[in-house]
Ligand binder design. Structure first.
Ligand code: MN
Ligand code: MN
Length: 458
C-alpha cells in the first residue's frame, strides 16, 4: 500500500481541503433530490459565467473557445460545456456522475388511515437494505404539480422547528419471529410506510386523522388528495451533512453516492481555465434504477445536446458528431466500495480501495465473470496514470470486492457505446446505499484534483 495521502499535506492543502468540504456539506444538505441537485448545479454554474446553450445558440455569432454553456432536461439532467481551443471533431473530455440516490418514493395514492394513524405508502427507489430505513428521522422533499401546471415545492423536515417522519419497526420484545427471518425478508417492501399523523379532526366520522392531514395540506400547500397523482415526493433522511470522526477526517451524509462525484466534478469544471479540448460535465438521473427514462444516461439528451453544441460552434454534421463522440475521453464519476475491516471477508485486500489513498480508478465493474461491464482500454489507463502522476494526484485502483462476492455497475458502458475511452473513477464510500454514508475528506480532495487534471491534460 502507498503512504496515506494525509501524511503529505501542507497547511495550505488542509486549508483548501476544508474550504472544499464546507461547500460540499452545504451542497449535500440542500441537494437531497435530483431536482434540487440540478437546480443547485445550474445556480453555481451561472455564478461562474455559464449561460444557457439555447440562449447562446440563438445569438447567431456562434460559440467560440472560452464560452461556457449549460443545458438541462426536465429539471433532472444537466450538461455543462466549456468550449476548448481544438475543433470538436477531435473529441471532448467528459466527466459524468449521477444525481439520484436511494430513497423511499411516495406512491400516487399514498395517504391512508389505519387504527387511528395516518401513513404515506411508499415504493423504495434503488437498491437498499430495507431494515436500515426504519426508525431514522426522515424528511419529505419534492414537488406537487397541480392540474393547471402550477408547481408546489415540498420540503418538510429540515428546518429546526419542522416535524420529521419515520418508518416504525417492531419492538424487540415481540420480534422473536421477525428476527428469525432472513434480513432480505424481515422488513417487507410494503412495510416501508411512513407514519405522518395521529390527531383526529373533530366533527368527522370516518378516517378522522387522515382528514386532519388533508386539511393541513390544503392550508399549507392548497392541494387536494388527488394532487398526489402528479407529485414526486421523496422520503429522505432528515438532517445535515457533517464532519465525522473525532479527528474530523471524514464526512457523514445522506446521498454521497453519487453527489460526492457530482460536487467534485462540478468544482473541477467551474475552476477549469481555458481548456485545450472542450470540457463537458454531465449530471444524470436514474442511475440507481438502470439509467432508463428521459433523464437517465440511456436517453438521447446527451447526444442531442452534443449535436446542438457542435451546431452552435458551426462544426455540425452527422458524421462530425459521430467522429467527436468516438474521439472523446470519459471518466464515469461514481463511487466505489471502501475496505471495511468489520466485513473483511468480502474484500480482496490488494484490489480494493482504502480511505486516505486518494481517488479510486475502477478499470471494470460488473458481476461474476465481469458480466455487464465496461472495461477501460489499457492504453487509456496508462494515459490517465501519467496525468495523475504529473499533477501529483494520489490515486488507487480497485475492484468492488472479491470475485463472485457480488456486483454492480455505473453509466460507463452507455458512453462506451460511442466507442470512446471510458474509465470509472470516483470516491470510495463506506456503508454505501445506507441512509447515512461515509467518505474520507482526503479522497474527496484528491478526486477534485483528479477531475481538474483530467480536464486540463487529457
Ligand atoms: Mn453510484
Ligand atoms: Mn449506487
Amino acid at each position: 500500500m502507498k503512504d496515506n495521502a494525509w501524511t503529505a499535506y501542507s497547511d495550505q492543502d488542509l486549508e483548501m481541503m476544508e474550504m472544499l468540504m464546507k461547500g460540499y456539506k452545504a451542497f449535500l444538505t440542500t441537494s437531497k433530490t435530483e431536482r434540487e441537485c440540478a437546480a443547485n448545479i445550474i445556480e453555481l454554474a451561472k455564478r461562474s459565467g455559464y449561460i444557457s446553450l439555447e440562449e447562446a445558440a440563438a445569438d447567431k455569432k456562434g460559440l467560440k473557445p472560452g464560452d461556457k454553456v449549460y443545458a438541462s432536461h426536465m429539471g433532472k439532467m444537466v450538461i455543462l460545456a466549456h468550449v476548448g481551443e481544438r475543433p470538436l471533431t477531435e473529441g471532448v473530455n467528459i466527466i459524468g456522475s449521477h444525481m439520484d440516490s436511494p430513497r423511499l418514493d411516495v406512491k400516487q395514492k399514498p395517504l391512508y388511515e389505519e387504527s387511528g394513524l395516518a401513513y404515506l405508502d411508499t415504493h423504495y427507489y434503488g437498491g437498499i437494505k430495507k431494515y436500515q430505513w426504519t426508525t431514522v428521522p426522515m424528511a419529505l422533499h419534492g414537488v406537487i404539480i397541480k392540474k393547471d401546471g402550477a408547481c408546489v415545492p415540498v420540503n418538510i423536515g429540515e428546518a429546526e422547528d419542522d416535524p420529521v417522519f419515520c418508518v416504525s419497526d417492531l419492538l424487540v420484545h415481540l420480534a422473536g419471529a421477525q428476527t428469525g427471518k432472513k434480513a432480505t425478508e424481515f422488513i417487507e417492501g410494503e412495510k416501508l410506510d411512513v407514519l405522518i399523523g395521529s390527531r383526529p379532526l373533530s366533527g368527522e366520522k370516518k378516517d378522522r386523522v387522515k382528514a386532519n392531514i388533508l386539511k393541513l395540506l390544503k392550508e399549507k400547500y392548497d392541494v387536494e388528495e388527488d394532487d398526489f397523482i402528479s407529485a414526486e415526493i421523496e422520503v429522505v433522511p432528515a438532517g445535515k451533512a457533517r464532519d465525522f470522526g473525532l479527528d474530523k477526517s471524514m464526512i457523514l451524509s445522506y446521498g454521497q453516492d453519487d453527489r460526492v462525484c457530482v460536487y467534485t466534478s462540478l468544482m473541477a469544471m467551474l475552476s477549469t481555465k481555458q481548456p485545450r479540448r472542450t470540457a463537458v460535465a454531465l449530471f444524470v438521473d436514474k442511475e440507481e434504477t438502470g439509467s432508463l427514462g428521459a433523464t437517465g444516461m440511456q436517453s438521447r439528451f446527451f447526444e442531442n445536446t452534443m449535436a446542438e453544441l457542435m451546431d452552435a460552434r458551426g462544426q455540425y454534421s452527422e458524421l462530425a458528431l459521430r467522429r467527436m463522440l468516438a474521439a472523446s475521453s470519459m471518466l464515469s464519476a461514481d463511487v466505489c466500495a471502501v475496505y471495511d475491516p468489520l466485513y473483511a471477508d468480502v474484500f480482496e485486500k490488494r484490489n480494493i480501495a482504502y480511505f486516505g489513498q486518494g481517488v479510486a480508478f475502477n478499470k471494470y465493474t460488473g458481476s461474476r465473470g465481469k458480466s455487464g461491464t465496461n472495461d477501460a482500454n489499457a492504453e487509456y489507463v496508462a494515459k490517465l496514470r501519467k496525468i495523475m502522476d504529473e499533477n501529483h494526484v494520489a490515486f488507487q485502483t480497485a475492484e468492488l470486492g472479491k470475485v463472485d462476492a457480488g456486483g454492480g455497475g455505473t453509466i460507463a458502458y452507455i458512453l462506451a457505446l460511442y466507442g470512446m475511452d471510458v474509465m470509472d473513477c470516483g470516491v470510495p464510500v463506506m456503508s454505501m446505499h445506507a441512509p447515512w454514508e461515509i467518505c474520507s475528506k482526503s479522497d474527496i480532495y484528491e478526486t477534485e484534483k483528479a477531475y481538474e487534471a483530467f480536464y486540463k491534460d487529457c
